[in-house]
Design a protein around this ligand. Sequence first.
Ligand SMILES: O=C(O)CCC(=O)C(=O)O
Length: 347
Amino acid sequence: MNNYWAFLPMRSSNDLLGDAAALRARLEEDSYLYFHKVLDDDKILALRKKMLLALAGKGLVQRTPFLMHGIAITPPAREGDELFFEAYDEVQKIEEFHTLAHDEMLLAIMRDVLGPTAFPHPLKIARLGFPAHYEVSTPPHQDFPNNQGTEHLTASWIPAGNCPRELGGLAVLRGSHRYGHLPLTSHLGPGNRQAVVPPELLEGLRWVTTDFTLGDVLVFPALTVHASLHNASEFFMRLSVDFRYQLEGEALTDIVLHPHFQRLSWDDVYAGWSSDRYQYYWKDLDYTVAPFEDLGIQRTLDITADDLIAFEAYKQRSTARFERRTARLAAIVGEGSDETWPEPPPD
Ligand SMILES: O=C(O)CCC(=O)C(=O)O
């Protein structure tokens, strides 16, 4: 389902770790920095387990016998669906999800890239990508419009588990951060907006990606155009987290001071935490709060008959895929079945 041949490989910047000037030069050249296996495996696996337990608790993934595979057992849910939000609220409460943004290695990288006062936004994002849910794969976009504040905002994207191309990792349009703010249009995927990428960028620049593994980190600034590949697996959820960092003294908008989607309060999020070390940590930091501007989107938001037909077609396709997946899983667990459990795609 993905045209893997359309992507060049990302280059690793592990050789530049600890060299702030070289990292910044590489970021300026490539629009991204990719670090291979720099975070602690056990830490990421512990986070993955908590995320999957949260999803299993809401019935989205199978709990036994293979919780850590992340086998989806409900119809695909998208951001905005009630089923999605029920599970996502539980993910938002996970202490390890928020505290990962303060990981020593990660923070050292972000401070080398941005400067010594770089801090993670309170808003932390998790992505719960269903298999074969192609219509909502993250579209090409820049992070600036949905965050605003400073243009020096820089993201780290971290797969919560191995994420080979087949599971739909991130791809970056190399060189794209040099082309300013791109116009926007709407989309069903995360963030609900996509960048309108002009043909000259698509002709002149190349998309790059890689088979992400446990412990990898991808860093990119707010104007880099990035997107996800499709999760083309038949059964497996693609889980990832992303954090945005900025320097003290710069602007942010109120939106990044709240939990993602603003369904919970910070007290809700913190209720079950074992430590208060990273609770409300931003209250003592120095930043200004800028208004969030309506940057508009190119297409009108009026819903047309064509939109409704397209949405209905999406729903029908995703229901049909869900029914196929359910039938396959039923055949595997059925009495006397000689089918074996699906293995997640290899690294
Ligand atoms: O993980 C994804 O698919 C989307 C991540 C991303 O691009 C974002 O949050 O801006």
